[in-house]
Design a binder for this molecule. Structure first.
Ligand code: NAD
Ligand code: MG
Length: 381
């Protein structure tokens, strides 16, 4: 395998830091073309000193200026969305690791796709919002999209060497989050701290709240639809509280393949970077006797309304997933800021969806328009 240059979008986040943990192990295989972040220059600075990227992008203009003053080594510091788009569309790199959070990741990812780059995709919102557009362009420009999301990496790995028409269904596992055993009425009372306390995974705040509401699983159902092309009837969600089976594929002969391992995002990140090769790693290996029990049961969609909403917008298509995503981003922000109760998240999303008419086969301008429309509405409701 020749040396691959990686552009990381969102290097200071949970996936970004784990990506650097992978890259640190293989200095002869991977180098950093650029790191991009939103605001945390205190975290970016040591990354620059260690990985020596020729370019970094800080979205915040003022913080970019401050970083330029502070840096004692040669590294070009760009800023703003323009800087981000420039990096994705002009820089020399082989793989874009999409680890930004939310709709903001769509535009730079599209730039990389148009150049036929490999996309190692963690930023699921990009596929939720622009699935049709993103997959259409990736086919046209022969840009491979390799999922980083653990469930989708599992399904991808189970599908290697199989024919798509021998698949009966895919089975996405879900931990069920911190409120798995709460009654529906108890969700009225849960605090931000309760919701941020995920049992198995340490992740950024937005996805942690999405996991508590099970919107994360809903977004993953839509993500799976676009990545693998199965209709919603062939995408099942199963609760598996141990997060050891990362997902499964059932074939027409009744056989089920699963990909299993400890909950460690470094494994799917490394696979997305090295595929089709596997590289020997020093990550902790899975000791099955220590795990002892694996359990599975059906999700309660009466309690986790977000999961049902996601299936509904997948069926509706067009701009509905974009509106759901935007309303969810606002609802999560408002919950984290103490403005709305946890149980209001699905209600706010549902109200926003009801008020915005669907537009079929949106282009990128339409997606930006609907994203803004939905955000403005969800802020007011
Ligand atoms: P995070 O909040 O920890 O990190 C987000 C990163 O993106 C940060 O580096 C931040 O600086 C940057 N960023 C955020 N908003 C930005 C903006 N508007 N412009 C430029 N940069 C911006 O998030 P995370 O948990 O690492 O998740 C990243 C993505 O990966 C999400 O889409 C999430 O759903 C997905 N994902 C995460 C995990 C996980 O284990 N954390 C697992 C599967 C999928
Ligand atoms: Mg996941």
């Amino acid at each position: 395998m020749k040396m691959k240059k990686i552009l990381i979008l969102g290097s200071t986040g949970s996936i970004g830091v784990n990506t650097l943990n992978v890259i640190r192990q293989f200095p002869e295989r991977f180098s950093i073309a650029a790191l991009t972040i939103n605001t945390r220059i205190d975290l970016l600075e040591p990354q620059i000193l260690e990985f020596k990227p020729p370019v970094v992008v800080v979205k915040d203009e003022k913080l970019a200026q401050e970083l330029r003053k502070r840096l004692k080594i040669k590294c070009e510091v760009l800023s703003g969305i323009d800087g981000l788009i420039w990096a994705a569309s002009q820089l020399d790199y082989d793989i874009l690791l999409g680890a930004m959070v939310g709709f903001a990741g769509l535009a730079p990812t599209l730039e990389a796709i148009k150049r036929g780059k490999r996309i190692a995709l963690a930023n699921k919102e990009t596929l939720v919002v622009g699935g049709e557009l993103v997959t259409g362009l990736s086919r046209k420009h022969k840009a491979e999209i390799i999922p980083v999301d653990s469930e989708h990496s599992a399904i991808y790995q189970c599908l290697v060497g199989e024919k798509i028409d021998s698949v009966n269904k895919i089975i996405i596992t879900a931990s069920g989050g911190p409120f798995l055993h709460h009654k529906k009425e108890d969700l009225e009372k849960v605090s931000v701290k309760d919701a941020l306390n995920h049992p198995n995974w340490k992740m950024g705040n937005k996805i942690t709240i999405d996991s508590a509401s099970m919107m994360n699983k809903g977004l993953e159902v839509i993500e799976a639809h676009w990545l693998f092309g199965f209709p919603k009837e062939k995408i099942e969600v199963v609760i598996h509280p141990q997060s050891i089976v990362h997902s499964m594929v059932e074939f027409i002969d009744g056989s089920i393949k699963a990909q299993i391992g400890l909950p460690d995002m470094k494994i799917p990140i490394q696979y997305a970077l090295s595929y089709p090769e596997r590289l020997e790693s020093n990550f902790q290996k899975t000791c099955l006797p220590d795990i002892k029990t694996l359990t599975f049961f059906a999700p309660d969609v009466q309690k986790f309304e977000c999961l049902d909403l996601a299936y509904q917008v997948l069926e509706a298509g067009g701009t509905a997933p974009c509106v759901l995503n935007a309303a969810n981003e606002i609802a999560v922000d408002r919950f984290l800021n103490g403005e709305i109760k946890f149980s209001y998240i699905p209600r706010l999303i549902n109200k926003t969806l009801e008020k915005i008419e669907n537009h079929k086969s949106p282009d990128v301008e339409t997606l930006f328009e609907y994203d803004k429309l939905a955000r403005d509405l969800a802020v007011q409701l």
